[in-house]
Ligand binder design. Sequence first.
Ligand code: URA
Length: 272
Amino acid sequence: MTSSMTTKKTTRKPTTNSRTRPEKGPVAERLQKVLARAGVASRRAAEVLVREGRVQVNGRVITELGTKVDAGKDHVKVDGRHIGAAQRMVYYAFYKPTRVVTTLQDPEGRRTVKGYLKGVHERVYPIGRLDYETEGLILLTNDGDLAARCMHPKHGVSKVYHLLVEGDFPDALLEKLEDGVFIDINPAKDPRRTLPARVKRLKMTRRPKQRTMLEIRLREGRNRQVRRMFARVGREIVYLRRTAVGPVHLGTMRPGDLRPLTPEEVRDLKKL
Ligand code: URA
């Protein structure tokens, strides 16, 4: 085999090393890192691809996470398709309208985020999700490392939502949400309280109906978390929009808008 691929267990030396490679070039890196840099998936998702036997290097299925490959020499395939060379990293803010799924394809044939990515040539994917009925800010990137960092609970990236509920919203409920609630009706199934949150009333309307607009700031992202938190205090959300993720804000964006992040936004996200 003429590859530079190495695994933890093998004793064979890589065919490329600092002596046999006079010119500067790519060096052996962990397979999952190469997959993430090529925009295939986040590093964690790439590990799953490897373990599931979906990755081939120079024609051999590799399931060993310690495997090192040289992206400049080895032929890496995922599900039988060649991964390209490392891509330029790109970062976008997208205003997801309601009734759009936060995936790139949908088996039920509903509108997806992909339909809004005309002109984006890199293989970007959404960082996290919004429900079908929720609108607002979604970040998209092909930078697997940054995506994994943004989603990892230990980094506690803040997310801000604006929402509308029927009726008034007394302080007692506000404080309950801030302190944390069990979002599963059966706490034995999910015994974790939500983490402390910040909740404030933004405005109230009396006509045509009494309604309250609120803002909630969370540092975690559990499934349908905002809707479930409000359901636990007896309020159904009639409208939900995410307005910010970490340092990135919707600002004047409109539903369906896509914009590249500014260098400052990317820098601040990387600092998280
Ligand atoms: N919380 C929800 O309930 N829905 C979302 O889409 C995001 C957060």
